[in-house]
Design a binder for this molecule. Sequence first.
Ligand code: PAF
Length: 279
Amino acid sequence: MIVIRTPEEMRAWAFEQRGAGRSIGFAPTMGALHAGHVSLLEAARAQNDLAVTSIFVNPTQFAPHEDFDAYPRTWETDSAKAEAAGMDVIFAPTASSMYPDGYSTYVTVEGVSEGLCSKSRPHFFRGVATVCTKLFNAVLPTRAYFGQKDAQQCAVIKRLVRDLGLGIEIVEMPIAREDDGLAMSSRNAYLQNGERERAQCLSKALREAEALMRDGERDTARLTAAVRGSLTGADTIDYVELVDAESMQPVDAIAGPVTLAVAAYVGKTRLLDNIKFIP
Ligand code: PAF
């Protein structure tokens, strides 16, 4: 496994591999790798000739008041996990090689990146779409792997790749969960003792709503009210929304594939979870 530090060197390596006809699987991350990330790395490894992960805490997706400085940085354990998962390359670019002085170009994906997370994090998807475009330009992946936990991010990246004709297959991997159901996230490390137990309420509320949907409930207002009523361990609910699974636009009732998505604070930690449902 090699570590590459600049987009130019990454692209030179990828260009040579793709030119030789080899496929590249790519799992972009911000590090602090947990089992959910590892499932992306392993899929990238299994489905391609070569596998690359990136570790880059992307400043443009954090607002000034957010946790960019506090975000966990765990290079030693991350590189060991990447090596164990069979990565050929860790792309860990320096901030200045990604965003040189005077940087002024951003990618905005309209519609699908509005609502849900962008209501409380309006800067977020522009930062994600920009960095993923830059990472894709450097890694030249055949397939790129994202986790369903960040459902709106997945939808944004799929739309970005389709609209710009990037020719990359986006593979959405199922949510990896702790034994008690909590969706795995690097930010779970922020949870204090009692908060960790209370955080289970997100997945439990979604499981209960899924049972209602399987029993035939199709009404958005009743489903979201049921989820809100079950989020007893959350301190603040950011949103509970039922949206079209592709466009991420709200629906009044279930008539096709949907995502039921939750964002809530337990203590100071903002947690996300969701389920997809196809009637
Ligand atoms: O999901 C993440 O870890 C990040 O948003 C991503 C896709 C690596 C972009 O910085």
